[in-house]
Ligand binder design. Sequence first.
Ligand code: MTE
Length: 319
Amino acid sequence: MLIKSSPAIKESSVTDESVYLNRRQFMQGSLAAASLLAVPFSPFANAIEGDALKFVKTSYGKNDVPAPFEVITGYNNFYEFGTDKTDPKKYQGQLKTNPWNIRVTGMAEKTGSFHLEDILNQNPLEERIYRLRCVEAWSMVIPWVGFPLEKLLAQFKPQASAKYVAFETLEDAKQFPGQRSAFSSIPWPYQEGLRMDEAMNELSFMAVGLYGKSLYTQNGAPIRLVVPWKYGFKSIKSIVGIHFTDKQPATTWNRIAPSEYGFYANVNPQVDHPRWSQSSERRLPSGLFDVKRIKTEMFNGYAEQVAHLYQGMDLRRNY
Ligand code: MTE
């Protein structure tokens, strides 16, 4: 990854903890009410970023403390907007996220172009608190709202011959300043992929919101992938394409630097990046004089759910 020294987030620039905890208590109250209304409905129709969503709470991540909203929405990797951590928030207004279509192609019975709303109407929303570990060795805890990827993919009836699923972000230089930048060396559009069994794992998630609100563009509005046991670059944002295939798909960072970023990209403290250690991470928010350095866990702490997917595989070779 084009690594740059990341600007430290000052504690003063993030929400005061008591404000944040109050907001969380308030949200938990409203969530309890929301769970009583847990019927499939149109949670997303005409949602614009920051709209309140209806969803049910789950126990995923109940012991993790989410990073403040301002950190999650202000310190981002979304190279379509620029390479600086603050670029996505600065330029997010240039992307129109509604209406939004997703094109489904390849080895599936139901292919074609689908309105996002039609997809979402079939999927009741839930909240899952997941840890996001970036390959750059920082991490944060994020309370996502969305639904299991497995449910989305099942809608398209993938054929048994489909062994992988590939995802693509919108390519539109008019809307993404990073794509029209003369300095960009990234082959657009941003692409990612998973093996089919990874995609169908219970943890793989499609997020349409966080902190109870529909996604802000800098976090991948209107819909993005979240794969919490893999480095963050697998969690592709603002998805417009889904492709079922029997061949391992090309993925953006692997194309740019294959010796540094593998297709699997499972969080693994025993396999260092060629240019830095992956044995620990800086948990955000973390200030210049208050660095929260914690040990990185195998599969980002989700081994129980996913280790079986890689049995018999050499994870040093399949990094
Ligand atoms: N998706 C697209 N389309 N473009 C990107 O640059 N960056 C990835 C991932 N998804 C990226 C992307 C990286 S490197 C990380 S760490 C996460 O998004 C960051 O997600 P966040 O900004 O919501 O924390």
